[in-house]
Each structure stands twice: as structure tokens, then as C-alpha cells.
Design a binder for this molecule. Structure first.
Ligand code: EPU
Length: 341
């Protein structure tokens, strides 16, 4: 475990916000969590734990300590005739794990290619893209609970997974740390998911038949064409969630906006595209100094240079206000805002 004083966090958050923490604990091995928990300057309730830093907006300097989860490792722990159970350490980079699965011809997570972040945070958000959510591949996970100092095995059905949410964001927020995740991946009879419009289009452009590797490549191409690369332009993917509303409200909205895109949900409700709502509110490609909404995907808040967390939050709030005025829809952010109540 390495402890740095007065640590700059710019390279540890994908918005690239230049801010400092009094102390940064680099947790390089899983057992460091216990040391951090017991250290006099270490763990405090509600203190920031950093994974890949791809889902946070840092709005103030961080007094006190911050811990970064860095332990790695991928181990096969079980096997059936069709599936493999793989235990992946929380500090593994998400896309590197996807590449590992593809190299070993293991299916299930190919649609989640190129999502920024780490494996340990993937269940918290229940990351999802192109018709797949990670909840469908998670068997269980190992969880270190702060108030007992014990490791628990948490099964999928306990996690309360929903659209970009889980028990770790709600009932158990700040209660513990995900140490590793057990994924169930297919060895054969892969279930390919090409239902999301642009995938089939991209596969035919590539002149490839659907397979786990061609789907991954197609998704990488689609993401690169639409989403800014956080290593070049600070961002955290979709900043807001797509709002889920009652069908009766959609019917009302369609009177004024017959072209409004929507997706039916199993619950009978409908999911609207926050990107469309933001675009129609005039924010696609619009900037306020160095903070603005991206020109190819209006759902992505971007740091074009030296924007602070507060500058970015100000734009996000303006967007929310305009969407509320134009459509009477209250957008909710997907990204965690740190440092402001
Ligand atoms: N749209 C616009 N203008 C825009 C952006 C989108 O009109 O500027 C409309 C279009 O009708 C488009 C539709 O929104 O067809 C859907 O857009 P897109 O396929 O880009 O997906 P999204 O709903 O904006 C969600 C996820 C993404 C994920 C994609 C693909 C959320 C909040 N976001 O975005 O996830 O990659 O679907 O599955 O659910 C992330 O969470 O960080 C993320 C990137």
C-alpha cells in the first residue's frame, strides 16, 4: 500500500478535473483494504473510494483521504459443460477484461466493449450498453463490509439490479467495498445480441457475420464514432439517465412531438432518450466556456480543457432546467457528484 500526501487526482478521474486530496491511499493488493480500514488516517464513513474514476464529478478539493482500488487478477474458479465462472479482481480495467474474454472465446460481455471504468464498479452501476446489462452475467461477488470487517459472498439476486442501479447505490451506499466479481461466461452456444439497431448495420458495413468478436469490434467502431475518448476529451459517458415515464405521459408528449424516440419497457412504462431531449432543448454541441454537451452525443458532458467540477455541474444544471422547461421532464444524473450535497 502506498500513501501519497497532497495528491493530485487529475489522472484518476476521466473528466480530467484538476483537484487535490490531502492523502491518497493506493490499495495495490486486496489485503490492503484491511490495512486502510485500520489505519488512523485511513477509512472514514462516506470517504471517496476511487475505481476507474469514470463515473464521478469532483466538485471540490477533498479534505481527508481518498483510496484507490488497484488490485488485479483473473482466475477461473468453476466450469460446467457450457459455462465458465471467472473471478475478476475489482481493480481490473473493464475493457481489458472484455478483451481477455474474447481472447479465450468466452461470451456474454462483448456488447459491453470499451466501457470505461473498472470491474469492481461495474455491478454498482449495473453497466449496460447495446441491449445488454452486466447483471445478466454476474453470478455473485465478494464484499468487504466496513462495520464488521468481514468478507461476504453476495449472490446476484441480492443485488437489486435495475437500470443503472443496484443495492450498492441505494440501501448499501457507503456500507462496504466490492473486492471481486464472479462472472458466468459462455464457452459455447454463445447468445449473440444484435437487436440494437446500429449493430447489424455496422456488421454489414464490416461484411462480418455476428460472432462475439465481430460484435465487439462493431460496438468499438460505433462507440468511437459517437463517444469522445476520455483520454483526449474529459467526460464520463452518459451524464444523465434515460428517463422512464408512464405511457400516458408519452401520448401527451407525442401531440406536440410526434417524432419523440422511445423504447417500451417490460413494466409497461417507456424509456425516452435523454440525448434527444437535450438535443431538442438546444444543448447538443453547446458550450459554456470549457464545459459543454458533446457535438455527436448530447448526453455526454465534456470538459474541453480547464473546466472545474463546478463549471461542469453548472452546465448540467442548465441542461436540466431547459429540459424541464421544454418537456416537463426532470433528468436525473447517472454520474456521482462528489463534494456537493
Ligand atoms: N439521441 C439524439 N441525440 C443525441 C443522442 C441521442 O437524438 O445527441 C437519440 C437518438 O434517437 C438515438 C437515441 O437517442 O437513436 C439513442 O442514442 P444512443 O444509441 O447513443 O444511446 P443512449 O440512449 O443515448 C444509452 C446508454 C449508453 C450506451 C448506449 C448504447 C444510458 C444513460 N446511456 O445511451 O451508455 O452506450 O445507450 O446502448 O443509458 C453510459 O452509460 O455512460 C453510456 C455511454
Amino acid at each position: 500500500m502506498l500513501i501519497l500526501e497532497n495528491a493530485n487526482l487529475q489522472k484518476f478521474n476521466t473528466f480530467g478535473i484538476d483537484c487535490y486530496a490531502n492523502r491518497l491511499f493506493h490499495l495495490e493488493e486486496e489485503k490492503d483494504i484491511v490495512e486502510y480500514h485500520r489505519h488512523p488516517l485511513g477509512y472514514r464513513k462516506q470517504q471517496l473510494l476511487l475505481g476507474g474514476g469514470s463515473n464521478i464529478l469532483l466538485c471540490s478539493e477533498l479534505n481527508g483521504s481518498v483510496a484507490r482500488i488497484e488490485w488485479k487478477g483473473i482466475t477461473i474458479i468453476d466450469e460446467t459443460s457450457n459455462d465458465l465462472i471467472v473471478k475478476v479482481a475489482a481493480g481490473e480495467n473493464w475493457h481489458e477484461f472484455v478483451l481477455w474474454a474474447l481472447k479465450n472465446d468466452l461470451g456474454g460481455i462483448e456488447n459491453l466493449s470499451l466501457i470505461p471504468g473498472q470491474v469492481g464498479t461495474s455491478p454498482i452501476q449495473n453497466i449496460g450498453a447495446y441491449g445488454v446489462e452486466i447483471k445478466d452475467c454476474i453470478k455473485s461477488l465478494r464484499y468487504y463490509r466496513w462495520n464488521t470487517g468481514k468478507i461476504e459472498i453476495i449472490d446476484n439476486n441480492i443485488c437489486d439490479f435495475g437500470y443503472r442501479t443496484s443495492i450498492f447505490k441505494t440501501k448499501w451506499v457507503n456500507e462496504g467495498v466490492i473486492l471481486s466479481v464472479n462472472f458466468r461466461l459462455t464457452k459455447k452456444n454463445h447468445v449473440l445480441n444484435t437487436s440494437y439497431g446500429p449493430i447489424t448495420e455496422e456488421l454489414s458495413r464490416m461484411e462480418k457475420l455476428p460472432s462475439i468478436s465481430s460484435i465487439s469490434k462493431a460496438i468499438v467502431n460505433i462507440r468511437i464514432s459517437k463517444l469522445p475518448d476520455p483520454s483526449k476529451l474529459g467526460n464520463s459517458g452518459s451524464f444523465f439517465k434515460n428517463p422512464i415515464i408512464k405511457k400516458s405521459l408519452l401520448l401527451k408528449m407525442q401531440e406536440k412531438n410526434p417524432k419523440i424516440p422511445f423504447h417500451d419497457q417490460k413494466s409497461g412504462k417507456v424509456k425516452l432518450s435523454a440525448g434527444w431531449l437535450i438535443e431538442m432543448s438546444g444543448w447538443k454541441g453547446k458550450r459554456n466556456g470549457d464545459a459543454g454537451m458533446h457535438e455527436n452525443q448530447a448526453l455526454v458532458l465534456v470538459n474541453y480543457g480547464k473546466a472545474s467540477g463546478k463549471d461542469l455541474l453548472e452546465v448540467a444544471n442548465l441542461v436540466k432546467k431547459d429540459v424541464l422547461t421544454c418537456f416537463d421532464i426532470k433528468l436525473e444524473h447517472e454520474v456521482n457528484i462528489i463534494g456537493i450535497e
